[in-house]
Each structure stands twice: as C-alpha cells, then as structure tokens.
Design a binder for this molecule. Structure first.
Ligand code: HEM
Length: 461
C-alpha cells in the first residue's frame, strides 16, 4: 500500500501513519500481529506516527533517527511511564530502570564488573552447565523424542545466571529464586501484552502469584547478602564483584536495597534474552546444512576431531569466528529485544519530524535488521553478512541487538561469550534437528521467542 491511501493520515507535524480505529487507534492491529504491524510502518518513511488508545507513538525507521534517540540526544528520551510502570515494581531502581544521576553512578560502578576480563571468569561455569544439560538429554539422543528447546535453553541460561551471581549458594535456595524469576519474567511479558491490568494492590490471582514470587526473591537475595556481609567474602561471583565495587568519587559501596535491585535486574535482563538467541540459532543451523557444515569444521578445527574433542574455554572464543558470525546473524533475524521504547522529555526533531514533549518513541531492531535499504535479501539467513570487512558502509544503527548509546546492554560480552561457548559445546557432541512439517514462527512477547515452543530431536555427533 502506498503512503497516501485513505487509511493514512498526515498530521499537522507532517508525520504520516495509519489512522486505525476510532477509540483504540492501531492497538487492535498491533495486538493481532505485532511484528507485521511494526514492519508495515516502514512504508510511511523514516518516522511513522500512530495512536494506541489515548497515547501517540512515533516509530523511527531510519538508522540516523535511531542514533538520535539512543545516542545523540539520549538525555531527552527517558524510559517512559509505560516501561517503568511494568518493570519498576519488580526491578526497583536497578540499572535497567533507574535514570539520571542514580543510573549514571550505578553504571560507572558496575561497568568494570562486566569488562571482558571479569566475564571470562564465568567461562567454565557456562560449559559445565552445558555439559550437565547434555547429560540430561542423554535419554533423548537418537530416540526421535523431541526436546522443547526454548525450555531447555531457559533452564540452561537460568542455571548459568544463578551460578554466576551466587556461585557458593547454588542449590535449594537458588532453585527457589530461579522458579520465582520465571514467574516474574512471564508476568512482565503479560503486562506488556495486555492494554490494561489491575494495579498490584488488587488481590487478583495473578497479582498474588507475583507478590509471592517477589517475596521469595527478596527474602532469598537479602539473606544471601546478609550472609556475605557476615562472612569473609572469598567468593568470586557477580554478587561479590558488585559488593566489592566502590564509587570512584566517594568510595561508597552499594546498600542492600540497591544490591537487591541490581541482582534481580541482572537475572531478568540476562537470561531469557540469551536463551532465545540460542533457540533460534539451533533452529537456523539445523535448517541450513551448509552453515552447519562450516560451523562443524570450525569447531573441529579449534577443539579437535571426534574422540579427542575437548570442551571449549574462553581462550577459544576469539578462534570461533564463524560461530560468532552465526550468533550475529541469528540476532539480526531474531533480535530478542525486538523493540525499545522511550518517552520524549522535551520536544525534539527526528529527521525533520517534530516529536512533541511526552510522546512515546519506539525503535525496533527487528524492523531495522530486516529493512531492505540496509540488507540485501533481508529475510535470508546468511552469516557471511558478518564476515570481517562486510559491515563496511553499513550504518551503525542498521544493527543494534544490544541497543546503543549510554544505555547499551552492559551484559553484551557475557551474552556473546555464553552463546559461542554453548553452541560449540553442544555441536561438538550432538546435532539438533527441527521437527519437519511444523511451522516455526517468531512470537513477539517480552522477548522474541518461537511461537508455541520449538521441538527438536537430538542425534549423536
Ligand atoms: C543476547 C542477549 C542479550 C540481549 C539481546 C540484550 C539486549 C539488551 C538491550 C537492547 C538493552 C538496552 C535496553 C534499552 O536501551 O532500553 C539491554 C540493556 C541491559 N542489559 Fe542486556 N541483553 C542481553 C543479555 C544481557 C545479559 C547477559 C545481561 C547481564 C548479565 C544483561 C543486562 C542488561 C542490563 C543491566 C541492561 C541495562 C543497561 C543500562 O541501562 O545501563 N543483558 N540489553
């Protein structure tokens, strides 16, 4: 459809977009098929304007516009009342939800904890948990009985998150935290999904479930923090690094409440996103034999042929270059964080479009990653796009699975190392096969996940 059909409108500011229904605007179209809806908005040009009930949204479809929001003029774009309304009751003032001076202080404090050097300390935890998962898979190998891959990956990444945060406490207590975190992740997804929900104080079954999960998490995390404060602090996990972090200017450490908020934030921000990348990667690898062949050659070259195959370490990660290209291309097609929302604090102009103060602004890696102006044959899976030198000339914000600007993902290195190590460990030992005849489509929930699960069978390598 062209940008001038009857359905469209041009506003006083000149920004075109769909007219939508009289009361709810485009909410129905968005809810019906979110990915198609946001992709369809590219036909209006660099910025599209639409309404969801009483709220006006601007979707930015050009890399320079994304740069304006996330980087150049990022101070003008807050996380916004909608995002914070869903996240804050769970995450408090953690890194994902805090703003202004508190965010800046915490980001400076926490940045060193996530330097590649520190992250490498968790390499063996990542491969140990992967090997434990492969043990659990043993009865399924060669049986033809499919595994529910997203559930397997969610358990794996949650085990890795738990181990990296509370190394010495893995067991009964962290099992309870992990289960509660799952309830919270599902609940956050639900709240983004529905247009209206009763406030937390109303005792609906859902609210009660969420409150119970929050209590479990709070009690356990505060107890672990208290034990650490009493103990000698020999542990070398993320919690220990966070407790040891000191503000450069004041020398201050984090208090218990802040530590709790950061710990829950890291749990929630890190595990489902990484699990989804892995699920999609296994599906894409199994449906692209030539990619699988190259991956296996690389893994064999780095880790040794059958029989003498060793478990990869973080030292191997730079050598697993093709594996990294596969991860990058997987996140191009299926970016786990498929949209990022902001709210304009003051009026701004994006690529000639007036953005009024208070407007909601949305940028979507899913849309930019499949935009034909920046990617040839955008729906095709082709890891070669990420071969050295191939990114030359591609705008920075044509690809931003980890966001950008000051609020870029702090866990990026950790997620990439984890994805490479898990893929190399699994593919060194077995092959996953997508069950034929069953459509595999993305579902835009809180993260981008395979709709209705992703059953895959396992074969020995
Ligand atoms: C493939 C996996 C991951 C993806 C795709 C991803 C994506 C993102 C994106 C897009 C943002 C920016 C959000 C915004 O601008 O509003 C973000 C922020 C964040 N991520 Fe990740 N993430 C991943 C893994 C992780 C991991 C493993 C951790 C921690 C261990 C983590 C912790 C965080 C935190 C704390 C923030 C907030 C940073 C800030 O605002 O200063 N993420 N992530």
């Amino acid at each position: 459809m062209s940008a001038t059909t009857r359905e469209d409108r041009r506003t006083a500011g000149g920004t075109p977009g769909p007219r939508g229904g009289r009361v709810f605007g485009s909410m129905r179209d968005f809810q019906r098929d979110k990915l198609s809806f946001i992709q369809s908005l590219t036909r209006y040009g660099d910025v599209a304007r639409y309404r969801m009930a009483h709220l006006t949204w601007y979707q930015v479809n050009h890399p320079d516009g994304v740069r304006r929001v996330l980087q150049e003029n990022n101070r003008n774009y807050g996380k916004g009342s909608l995002t914070l309304g869903v996240f804050k009751p769970v995450l408090g003032e953690g890194l994902l939800t805090s703003e202004g001076g508190l965010w800046l202080r915490q980001r400076r404090l926490m940045q060193p904890v996530f330097h590649r050097r520190s992250v490498t300390a968790f390499g063996s935890l990542m491969t140990d948990e992967t090997l434990a998962m492969l043990e659990r898979w043993r009865p399924a190998v060669g049986s033809g009985t499919p595994l529910d891959v997203p559930a397997e990956m969610a358990r794996l990444t949650l085990d890795i998150a738990t181990g990296s945060l509370f190394h010495a406490h893995v067991g009964e207590e962290t099992g309870a935290i992990a289960r509660a975190v799952n309830v919270l992740v599902e609940d956050i997804g639900y709240r983004f999904e529905v247009p209206f929900y009763p406030p937390p104080s109303v005792p609906t079954p859902r609210n009660r479930r969420r409150q119970a999960a929050l209590r479990t998490v709070d009690e356990a995390v505060y107890r672990i923090i208290a034990e650490r404060r009493r103990g000698g602090g020999e542990e070398e996990d993320l919690l220990a690094l966070l407790m040891g972090a000191r503000d450069e200017a004041t020398g201050e450490a984090m208090g218990d409440r802040q530590l709790r908020d950061e710990v829950i934030t890291l749990f929630l921000a890190g595990h489902e996103t990484t699990a989804n990348v892995l699920s999609w990667a296994f599906h894409l690898i199994s449906t692209h034999p030539e990619v699988e062949g190259r991956l296996l050659d690389e893994i064999e070259g780095v880790l040794g042929a059958d029989g003498g195959r060793r478990t990869p370490t973080v030292e191997d990660v730079p050598k697993l270059a093709y594996t990294r290209m596969v991860v990058d291309e997987t996140m191009r097609l299926y970016p786990p964080a498929w949209i990022t929302n902001r709210q304009a604090l003051a009026e701004d102009e994006i690529l000639g479009h007036r953005i009024p103060a208070g407007a909601f602004v949305m940028v979507s890696p899913y849309v930019l990653h499949r935009h034909p102006d920046y990617w040839a044959d955008p729906d095709a899976f082709d890891p070669e796009r990420f071969a050295p030198g191939r990114a030359h000339g591609r705008p920075r914000f044509a690809y931003f699975p980890f966001g950008g600007g000051p609020r870029q993902c702090i866990g990026q290195s950790m997620a990439l190392v984890e994805a490479q190590l898990v893929l190399a460990t699994v593919l060194g030992r077995c092959r996953l096969r997508t069950v034929p005849g069953r459509p595999v489509e993305p579902e835009a929930f809180a993260t981008l996940r395979p709709k209705g699960g992703l059953p895959m069978t396992v074969e020995a390598a």
